[in-house]
Design a protein around this ligand. Structure first.
Ligand SMILES: Cc1cc2nc3c(=O)[nH]c(=O)nc-3n(C[C@H](O)[C@H](O)[C@H](O)COP(=O)(O)OP(=O)(O)OC[C@H]3O[C@@H](n4cnc5c(N)ncnc54)[C@H](O)[C@@H]3O)c2cc1C
Length: 279
């Protein structure tokens, strides 16, 4: 009940702001969230769809500062998804596209290993190997020297795989360059607060800048790329109620200790009931 009234109040506040705040020049498309997806979509809209005025708003002081920077930087090549053939297959299809599209950000100068836990794993070493062959992902048993780095009591088998990583800083640099070249407008330290239906089939977005000033911008399209902030927007399209937010994924936490030599590998994934990996 309290949440209901609080939402009602905030919505009313946002509506008043939409009516009263200073108006910025209208744009064709407004993209909320300057993570990898928002930035890449802004480039696409300006370049491929030929939209003249594309505005990207990001609440942080830099682009790609949140999940796009703080993840495990894996260019998924299918291995991670032995329990979802579709996801694995899509990763196989999209991985080369990503590598080709963002070449400066790709890192391949390391050994990538997948180790299968002996206990609690939802996949056995045999199943994992067969799954990789089914999706056409390169795989071979790791040699004796690499296997010796693992505890045989805990690890059933270790495989050498082909999976690249991306350098998030370089990715951000390339994205920024392309945004500038495409003529997209970028506003940092600017938070989208609410989206309303405006006149003439346009939308009105209420923005709040770092100093808490509120302004409104009219546009034809809004792209909500706020990831964990997807359902925080007020107004006529209150968030994405039915989309579960991906806030925190315990499977991605690395627990336990590693042998020192393993830290040289640079990318190790242990498939166990709760997957663990390290970069
Ligand atoms: C622990 C972890 C590990 C992961 N490992 C991998 C991996 O190895 N490989 C892989 O491909 N993927 C991985 N992912 C997933 C990957 O990080 C995400 O798919 C990707 O970063 C999402 O990009 P994004 O642009 O949607 O989100 P983000 O990078 O979070 O961008 C969203 C942006 O929106 C901004 N924002 C939010 N609300 C507002 C607002 N109201 N107004 C303005 N700005 C706003 C935020 O500040 C943020 O910068 C991992 C995710 C997690 C959590």
């Amino acid at each position: 009940m309290l949440a209901f009234f609080s939402n009602l109040y905030q919505n009313k506040r946002a509506m008043t702001a939409a009516r009263n705040s200073a108006q910025d020049a209208p744009v064709d498309a407004l993209v909320i969230g300057g993570g990898f997806y928002g930035a890449a979509i802004a480039v696409y809209l300006a370049r491929q769809r030929g939209l003249k005025r594309v505005l990207l708003v990001e609440r942080e002081a830099a682009l790609l500062a949140r999940a796009s920077h703080r993840n495990q930087a894996r260019v998924h090549n299918g291995y991670h998804y032995p329990r979802s053939l579709t996801t694995a297959y899509r990763s196989r299809v999209n991985s080369p596209k990503f590598v080709q599209r963002w070449p400066q950000a790709i890192q391949r100068d390391f050994t990538a290993l997948y180790a299968i836990a002996r206990r609690n794993s939802k996949v056995t070493a045999r199943q994992f190997e067969r799954f990789c062959r089914d999706i056409g992902a390169p795989i071979q048993p790791a040699d004796a020297a690499l296997c010796a780095l693992f505890e045989p009591r805990l690890i059933e088998n270790v495989f050498l795989v082909e999976e690249y990583a991306f350098d998030a800083t370089r990715l951000a640099q390339q994205v920024k360059r392309e945004l500038h070249q495409a003529g997209a407008l970028i506003q940092l330290e600017t938070r989208a607060m609410a989206v309303f239906r405006g006149g003439n089939r346009r939308l009105r977005v209420v923005l709040q800048t770092g100093n808490r000033d509120e302004r409104a911008v009219d546009c034809a399209y809004v792209f909500n790329c706020a990831y964990s902030g997807l359902n925080q927007l007020k107004g006529d399209f209150p968030g994405a109620g039915s989309i579960p937010c991906h806030m925190f994924d315990i499977r991605r936490m690395c627990t336990g200790r590693m042998k020192p030599a393993l830290t040289l590998i640079r990318r190790l994934t242990v498939m166990s009931g709760q997957r663990a990996s390290t970069v």
